[in-house]
Structure formats: structure tokens, C-alpha cells
Ligand binder design. Structure first.
Ligand code: SAH
Length: 256
């Protein structure tokens, strides 16, 4: 018997495109204004979907994947801003924990605590996190094969690394040093900032579905806006996503 269907989510269409290119039999279904792509990938039954940007869009999409498509694990892939020391453009961060940096119900609850949950950090599923981070290391080891030498040179990716740690999410594109400095002071162990992960983690906890997330660093969440965000997403991040998701699913053992 093989284990159940896997959901693969990204926020923006170019982040998912290279994954869809690997799914020979995918077909598009539209639900709640989103495109879902059921199909097969590396022998696994999967549903890929673009959630849209932000926590609410991501939470709605995760709920639909679980309730309508019956996914039994959910993987998120995409780009994020680097916050931690040494987390550079072109590096990859696999989340072991995720939290909402903009959630504040103080003084009723401690800063960042999710009311009713008694926690502020959601934990990624260790098995899927392990597979994703191993897949990320394999992908970066073969970066030239995946991206071509020109992209590796153009984007300065020769020393790109994989990190594992805290990813923080909020409904804000962090694009000034003042904001990223404030986040670093508040959450010194945060490695990367994005706009969806912790929301998906919360839905997955509610529904008892294992969740893991991996993000390619597209910018440093500061004033030095990336030279070409869109080109980076399609030429680097999307290809990394496809290679990482593929390697991760190939590593999955059938359930007994
Ligand atoms: N420039 C894009 C907008 C990107 S919004 C456009 O024109 O469409 C940012 C998206 O990338 C979100 O899905 C978020 O998860 C991720 N992201 C990348 N860098 C980020 C940062 N510095 N702060 C917050 N989110 C970031």
C-alpha cells in the first residue's frame, strides 16, 4: 500500500511552474478562485496549488487541500527574505519551526502566542523536514546542473548553503533595514521571513496533517531590493523548488 496524497503549495505562479512541468498528467481544477493541479510526481499522488500571497490566502488553500483533496501531508515551497546572519540570497532554509511575527494579542496573551493554542511556534513534521533538508542539500550540490553556470555566476550562488531553523511569517513584505533589524531584535533566532508558512502550519496542526516548508532566499529583507526578483524566482527559486520537491518525494518510503 502506498501512503496518501501529498499537497504541494507555493504562493506565486512562477514559484510552482517548474514543479508543474515535472507532472506529466496534471490537470487544472479551479476552486475558490485558486487553481489546483492533481497529478502524479515521482510515483506519488500529489495536488499542486498556488495559494496566493499572505496568511489568509494560504490558510484557505491549505484547508481546501486537506478537506476537498484529502492530502495527508503538505509541503510548502517558495522564496523568503533572509534575516539570520549568513543567510544569503540563493541559500535555502528548511523550517523546523514557524511563527507569526505580526500576531500580538498582548497583554491578554504573551506576545506572539496564538490564543487558544498555548504556543507561539508551530513545529514542522520532523520526517518531512528531514527529507526536505536532505533534498535541499542534494539540490545545492548539483546547482550548476539545475540552474546552468550562467545563473550561478549571475546570482553569485557558488557558496549557497542550506540552513534549518525558525521561519517567521506575517502579512507584510519586509523591505527596509529598519523593519528587518526590528524583527532580528525581537526574534534573534529567525532565519527567514515570508508571508504564508506559519498560517499553513496552524491549519495543518488543527487538522493533524504533517507539514514542512522550504524557502529559497530571494532577498535580505532590507533596502537593497534584489536586482531582479522576478528573474530570480523563475531562473533560480522555481528550479530549486522542483528539484527539492522531486528529491523529497523520491526519498519517501511507501507506507507499510
Ligand atoms: N514582487 C512580488 C511580490 C512578492 S510578495 C510581486 O510583484 O508579485 C513576497 C512573496 O515572497 C510572499 O509570498 C512571501 O512569502 C515571499 N517573500 C520573499 N521575500 C520576502 C520578504 N522580504 N518579506 C516578506 N515576504 C517575502
Amino acid at each position: 500500500m502506498t501512503a496518501g496524497r501529498i499537497g504541494i503549495m507555493a504562493a506565486m505562479p512562477p514559484e510552482l511552474q517548474a514543479v508543474l512541468d515535472l507532472m506529466p498528467d496534471e490537470h487544472r481544477e479551479t476552486l475558490a478562485g485558486r487553481h489546483f493541479w492533481p497529478g502524479r510526481l515521482a510515483g506519488n499522488d500529489v495536488v499542486a496549488v498556488v495559494s496566493g500571497i499572505g496568511k489568509v490566502a494560504a490558510a484557505t488553500t491549505a484547508t481546501l487541500l486537506i478537506e476537498r483533496y484529502g492530502v495527508q501531508a503538505l509541503l510548502f515551497t517558495g522564496v523568503a527574505g533572509g534575516l539570520g546572519d549568513g543567510v544569503r540570497v540563493g541559500d535555502v532554509v528548511a523550517a523546523n519551526q514557524l511563527m507569526q511575527h505580526d500576531l500580538d494579542v498582548s497583554p491578554l496573551f504573551p506576545r506572539h502566542e496564538v490564543p487558544g493554542y498555548g504556543l507561539s511556534r508551530f513545529t514542522a513534521d520532523p520526517t518531512w523536514q528531514g527529507r526536505l533538508s536532505q533534498a535541499a542539500r542534494t539540490t545545492l550540490n548539483h546547482r550548476v546542473q539545475h540552474l546552468g553556470q550562467k545563473a550561478v555566476n549571475d546570482f553569485g550562488l557558488a557558496h549557497a548553503r542550506v540552513h534549518e531553523g525558525l521561519i517567521i511569517s506575517g502579512d507584510r513584505f519586509v523591505a527596509t533595514s529598519a523593519e528587518s533589524d526590528a524583527l532580528r531584535r525581537e526574534l534573534p533566532d529567525a532565519l527567514a521571513v515570508e508571508m504564508e508558512g506559519a498560517a499553513v502550519a496552524q491549519v495543518c496542526l488543527d487538522c493533524g496533517v504533517p507539514f514542512a516548508a522550504v524557502r529559497t532566499i530571494s532577498d535580505r529583507a532590507d533596502d537593497s531590493a534584489h536586482v531582479d526578483f522576478n528573474r530570480f524566482v523563475s531562473e533560480v527559486a522555481s528550479r530549486y523548488s522542483a528539484a527539492m520537491v522531486l528529491a523529497c518525494l523520491q526519498a519517501r518510503q511507501p507506507a507499510h
